[in-house]
Design a protein around this ligand. Structure first.
Ligand code: AMP
Length: 287
């Protein structure tokens, strides 16, 4: 059996459950228990805090995990990143009060005995060392953005996605330290010992990500326009072309197309006299 840790609450929780369900892993999530057996796969889902998952991954408490890249870096976990899951996007930024005239690292350096509040002390220390900034790191577990107002710190290092929280607290970003998204990780021993299982989970999630970039297109095309269809719809492979019952003049065409090209393709097909154009979402797609 393979163990997969997922965030039990917070920003990454709902989207993680959603992507796992779409990948075909069905499990009971309503009661938010500590763990849940996947009904149709030999897998146990462990619900944990996003911040605890990196350590579970290093210690081998779980074989795989989904959490933010930021916390994996912060906890110095040796977990292997398998996939970027494209949600939970945010930046770890150095930010300072608008009034404090700290707009660059150089200006931060000028402040004597400066203090920086953060819940990412390890990443902050590395960042400060790299930039040769001498500052005291004030570790906080939450509400970091309040630290300057409370007089505890001159600047902060915190996560930001829209920048709204920073703005509300009269803070302005000075520099982005790292970008983060939710990612799929694996324990390094499990990657060898449970290679097939780990790859199966990775492929299932990857097929959801791949499907999200694609659409399934169906259309009826007049026979006289068929020659041009292949140039308009390159498709994942060649489009499927079928004769329609009861008519010699129309063919049904089906193909997988890039989502970004869909509007363009529909326009071109209409010009060729296509009718009954249908665009469908794809649940999973493995090329
Ligand atoms: P949680 O503390 O459980 O809500 O999850 C925090 C994780 O969500 C972080 O470690 C990031 O990977 C991710 N995240 C995405 N956007 C933000 C944000 N604006 N603030 C904090 N965490 C974020």
């Amino acid at each position: 059996m393979i163990k997969l840790a997922v965030p039990n609450k917070g920003r990454l929780s709902d989207k993680t459950v959603a992507i796992l369900n779409r990948a075909g892993f069905k499990f009971n999530n309503v009661t938010r228990r500590l763990s849940s057996r996947v009904k149709n796969y030999d897998m146990e889902i462990i619900f944990a805090r996003a911040r605890d998952i990196p350590e579970f991954l290093s210690k081998g408490t779980v074989d795989m995990g989904i959490t933010g890249l930021d916390v994996v870096f912060e906890k110095k976990s040796d977990a292997r990143k398998l996939l970027d899951l494209d949600y939970g996007g945010c930046e770890l930024v150095l930010a300072a009060p608008k009034t404090k005239k700290i707009k660059t690292i150089a200006e931060l350096k000028k402040i004597k005995n400066s203090r920086i509040a953060t819940s990412f002390p390890n990443i902050t220390k590395t960042f400060l060392d790299l930039n040769k900034v001498k500052a005291e790191i004030i570790e906080m577990s939450g509400a970091v953005e309040l630290a300057p107002k409370l007089g505890i710190a001159d600047a902060i290092v915190d996560l930001s996605s829209s920048g709204e929280t920073l703005k509300i607290n009269d803070l302005a970003p000075v520099q982005t330290i790292m970008e983060s998204t939710a990612c799929l990780f694996a324990n390094k021993d499990s990657m060898k010992k449970k290679k097939d299982d780990v790859n199966r989970v990775k492929t299932a999630l990857d097929s959801v990500l791949f499907a999200d970039e694609k659409k399934y297109l169906m259309a009826n095309i007049p026979k006289k326009s068929m020659g041009k269809v292949k140039t308009i719809i390159p498709g994942l492979s060649s489009p499927t072309i079928m004769p329609l019952m009861g008519t010699d003049d129309l063919f049904a065409v089906q193909a997988v197309v890039d989502e970004k090209d869909t509007a363009n393709i529909v326009e071109k097909l209409k010009k060729l006299g296509a009718t009954g154009i249908l665009i469908l979402n794809i649940e999973q797609l493995t090329p």
